[in-house]
Design a protein around this ligand. Structure first.
Ligand code: AMP
Length: 224
């Protein structure tokens, strides 16, 4: 067991692609004062590395396939050992399968923690619209939306001045596949957290401010 596993607060954000997990995670980081791990961002950074493992990650990412558990689990558990997560962490994109949810449970079982899963949901047509209008900063990964969260200067990140780009996996055909993968592989973990009374469900067809407000109330009710 690693030395610095998060002791008290592991919060996971679940939801289909485009539902706004990254945006809400950013707001929660400020509100709760605990850091955030996006497995998608970790993998995107790793895939340009020179190690054999980085190259393997790149192979799956470029095909828009889930990175296998044999890589994902050690990768994320290693990340969780870092000191910055000692008081807790907001996970975005992990667990993404039932196997991963169960593995996280086993991994963290010797540490006293409250594990809360937040399910963000919105109708498919909203998700498709959001994904087709999403841009991210190539440097700091801040997410923008050309309709609901436009940058002050076209194509330029408000936060760091980096260039805004479209994500390859936001193309319409890839989006459909990602939504199918979500239904088949990720949706089952909702029941897993629901049966142990650790699930909060939030309607994400609203502004980030409204979503955050509902979320903070729901989190407080759970004693988090
Ligand atoms: P995201 O930015 O969360 O949409 O993730 C982008 C890509 O990273 C996914 O399409 C997967 O290829 C990979 N990925 C992210 N999280 C996981 C995970 N928990 N398990 C396996 N693959 C993942």
């Amino acid at each position: 067991m690693a030395e610095h596993l998060p002791k008290h607060r592991i919060l996971t954000l679940i939801g289909p692609p485009g539902v706004g997990k990254g945006t809400i995670a950013e707001l929660l980081v400020k509100k709760l004062g605990i850091p955030h791990i996006s497995t998608g961002d970790l993998f995107r950074n790793a895939m340009n590395g020179r190690h054999v493992l980085d190259k393997k990650i790149g192979t799956y990412m470029r095909k828009n396939k889930f990175v296998p558990d044999s890589i994902t689990l050690p990768f994320i558990f290693h990340e969780l050992t870092k000191r910055k997560y000692k008081n807790g962490v907001i996970l975005d994109g992990f667990p993404r399968t039932l196997v991963q949810a169960k593995a996280l449970e086993t991994h963290a079982k010797n540490t006293p923690h409250v594990d809360l899963a937040i399910l963000l949901n919105a109708p498919t047509r909203i998700l498709q619209k959001r994904l087709s209008s999403r841009m991210i900063c190539a440097t700091c990964r801040t997410v923008f939306n050309i309709h609901s969260r436009p940058p002050k200067l076209r194509g330029i990140c408000d936060v760091c001045g980096g260039a805004l780009v479209w994500r390859d996996d936001d193309k319409p055909t890839v989006v459909l596949q990602r939504l199918r993968d979500y239904k088949q592989l990720t949706a089952p973990i909702v029941r897993f957290y629901c049966t142990s009374n650790r699930l909060i469900q939030i309607d994400a067809d609203a502004t980030p401010k409204v979503i955050l407000h509902c979320l903070i109330e729901a989190i407080a009710q759970k004693g988090f």
